[in-house]
Design a protein around this ligand. Structure first.
Ligand SMILES: [Zn+2]
Length: 362
C-alpha cells in the first residue's frame, strides 16, 4: 500500500512536471514556430537602386536587403520598389523615368534569376504560398513614384505585364498623377484626372495602390476613388512624430474604414524626434504601432521597412533581424493571431480583395 502510494505520487509529479514544461513555450521557440506557420511580408524596400549603382553616393544605407537576409530573418515576401526621383512633368523626363524603371525591374528579375535557389519573383498570393512551401522567398515588384507612367494610361497595363503588383503614386515631388505630401505647391489639389483614371486601371488589373509620400488630399481622394482597399506601404503616425510625410488620424481612419492597411516604416526620422536618430529602436516603432492599434484596431497595421532606402533600427538593422520584431511582439503580450495579422495577414486580406476585384473585371 505504502509502495503503491509512493508510485502514484511519483507518477503525478512526473505528469505535472511534463505538462508544465510543455505549457511554457519559450519566447524563442514561439518566435520560431510563428515564423514557420505565418506569412511575413514587408511592403517596401529600395534594393533596386543599389543593383543599378552599387557605388552610388546615396544619403541612405544599403546592404540591408537580400534573399539570404530574408531567409535569415524569417521573411517570406517583400516588395522591391523601382524607386524614382521626381523630375519636371514633361515628355522628356517621362521617357527617362520609364527607361529607368524598366532598367531597375530588369535588374531585379536578373537578381531573382541569379539567386533562384533562394527565391523568385512572385506575381500572386498563390505563387507566394507555393514558394514558401518550396522553402523559397518571394520578390514582388513595385514602383515608388509613378512618374514612369507619365500621363499615359496604357503604361499601367505595361507595368502589370512586367509583373508589378503595387504602385506608389508619388515620391517627394508632384507628378502628373497626384500631389506629394512633402511639397507645399498644390498642383492638383490631390489627384489629377489622370491619377483617378490610373487608379481605376490599377483596380481593373489587380495592382495594389500605395499612398505613402502622397499629399493628404491625394490620400483621402484615393481612398474614395479606389474600388479596392489601399495601403500606405511605408509611413508612420503624425500624432506621434509630426511630419508632413507621416499620416494624420484622418488619413489613417479613412484608410482603415476602406479596409486598408498602414504599414509602419522602420525609418528613424519618421519614428522619432531628432537629433539622435542613430538611437532609434523598436521602442520607437512600438509607440507608433500601439497608437495605430488604439485608433483603428489590429486589422489595419503592417510592416514596410524602407530598408536600403532609409530604414534601419539599432535592434532591427536589416531583414536578417526581423525575428527581433516578432520577439518584441511576443514579449509585449500580443496573441499569435494578432502577430499573424501584423506580419502579413492584414496585407493578404487587401491583396486578396485586389486580386478578386480584378478577376471579376475579366
Ligand atoms: Zn519612400
Amino acid at each position: 500500500m505504502q509502495k503503491r502510494r509512493f508510485y502514484s505520487v511519483a507518477l503525478l509529479l512526473l505528469v505535472t512536471l511534463f505538462s508544465t514544461g510543455c505549457a511554457e513555450e519559450t519566447v524563442e521557440a514561439r518566435v520560431e514556430r510563428l515564423h514557420k506557420k505565418m506569412f511575413t511580408i514587408d511592403t517596401h524596400s529600395d534594393f533596386s537602386m543599389w543593383l543599378e549603382n552599387p557605388d552610388g553616393d546615396y544619403d541612405v544605407k544599403g546592404g540591408q536587403v537580400s534573399f539570404q537576409q530574408m531567409h535569415d530573418g524569417g521573411l517570406d515576401a517583400a516588395f522591391f520598389a523601382a524607386y524614382q526621383d521626381q523630375g519636371p512633368i514633361d515628355p522628356e523626363f517621362h521617357r527617362f523615368a520609364r527607361e529607368y524603371a524598366d532598367t531597375l525591374i530588369l535588374l531585379l528579375k536578373q537578381y531573382a534569376e541569379q539567386n533562384s535557389e533562394l527565391g523568385a519573383i512572385a506575381t500572386s498570393i498563390k505563387e507566394m504560398k507555393a514558394l514558401k512551401k518550396a522553402g523559397k522567398v518571394s520578390l514582388f515588384l513595385s514602383i515608388e513614384n509613378a512618374c514612369c507612367l507619365g500621363d499615359s494610361l496604357p503604361l499601367v497595363q505595361y507595368y502589370y505585364d512586367q509583373g508589378v503588383r503595387m504602385i506608389g503614386l508619388t515620391h517627394n515631388g508632384n507628378n502628373a498623377i497626384a500631389d506629394a505630401g512633402t511639397t507645399k505647391i498644390k498642383l492638383h489639389e490631390g489627384l489629377s484626372d489622370f491619377g483617378k483614371a490610373a487608379i481605376a486601371e490599377m483596380n481593373r488589373l489587380g495592382i495594389v495602390v500605395d499612398l505613402s509620400h502622397a499629399s493628404r488630399d491625394a490620400t483621402l481622394q484615393a481612398v474614395q476613388v479606389s474600388k479596392t482597399p489601399i495601403i500606405a506601404s511605408h509611413s508612420c503616425v503624425f500624432a506621434v512624430r509630426e511630419l508632413s510625410r507621416n499620416l494624420t488620424d484622418e488619413e489613417i481612419v479613412a484608410i482603415a474604414e476602406k479596409g486598408g492597411v498602414v504599414h509602419l516604416a522602420l525609418d528613424a526620422w519618421l519614428l522619432r524626434y531628432g537629433p539622435d536618430y542613430s538611437a532609434a529602436s523598436l521602442d520607437d516603432f512600438m509607440k507608433h504601432l500601439h497608437y495605430l492599434i488604439d485608433l483603428v484596431g489590429i486589422d489595419h497595421v503592417g510592416v514596410g521597412s524602407d530598408f536600403d532606402g532609409g530604414g534601419g533600427l539599432v535592434d532591427c538593422k536589416d531583414m536578417s533581424e526581423y525575428h527581433n520584431l516578432t520577439k518584441r511582439l511576443v514579449e509585449e503580450g500580443f496573441s499569435d493571431e494578432d502577430i499573424i495579422k501584423i506580419w502579413g495577414g492584414n496585407f493578404l486580406r487587401v491583396f486578396e480583395e485586389v486580386e478578386r476585384y480584378a478577376a471579376e473585371q475579366r
